[in-house]
Design a binder for this molecule. Sequence first.
Ligand code: IPE
Ligand code: IPE
Ligand code: MG
Length: 240
Amino acid sequence: MTDASALPLHIGFIMDGNGRWAKARGLARPFGHEAGAKTFEKTVDSCRKLGIRYATFYAFSTENQSRPKDEIDALMALFDRYADDIYRRVKNDELKTYENVRIRFIGDKTYFSESRRKKIADIENLNIDKDIRLTVCIALNYGGRNEIVNAVNGFIAENPGKPLTERDISSRLYAPDVPDPDLIIRTAGEMRLSNFLLWQSAYAEFYSTSVYWPDFSEDDLKKAIDSFMNRTRKFGGISK
Ligand code: IPE
Ligand code: IPE
Ligand code: MG
């Protein structure tokens, strides 16, 4: 169990506000997503420097499929570009950001084309032989309810008629070996989970900042971590 005075082992990021960031600058929404992708890379670097062991980034929710086709196409094109770039740079040892970092994807991959799924698998296989300091999970076409339903259906298919335990669900999530998040940070002032890590966040500490995701800085991350370290986590018990 994480001690409140210790660093969070796992931080979840709900990267929100790209559209509003662009609008405030008189730009089209895709520019906000471009800027947000840069902030993602900077935040991975900050997590690595600060000694965070796991970070999950909410990039595209199952509900985001309801956005206009233009916006989804722009997001997927951005993903493809970044995926190719990350793959090439890690392969060529060109960038410190991903040194000793393992990237994984959580979400419903059946939504993606064969070539995008191949890209995802190639990235997941990078650095697997290295000493891993930070595991980055990218939640792409991810929905917490969808994840739980898949886990339950998987259990039922293997154990028809048997009652299910919490362990049966947690062991069938997209990244079952990743510990539950200790801290969830949401940008752009919203105070909701929007279907993010529903099962895993049962006892996560929530932190909201009004900063739009493209402007989220290492200082903002440190503020969130400080807030976390000053809280008392009780897990249903009583304070000491
Ligand atoms: C977050 O920014 C990125 C995704 C959900 C893909 P938004 O696109 O939700 O930005 P706002 O909330 O409209 O400002
Ligand atoms: C949550 O942001 C999803 C991601 C950050 C990918 P949204 O912008 O989609 O959430 P709502 O619609 O404001 O709840
Ligand atoms: Mg939003």
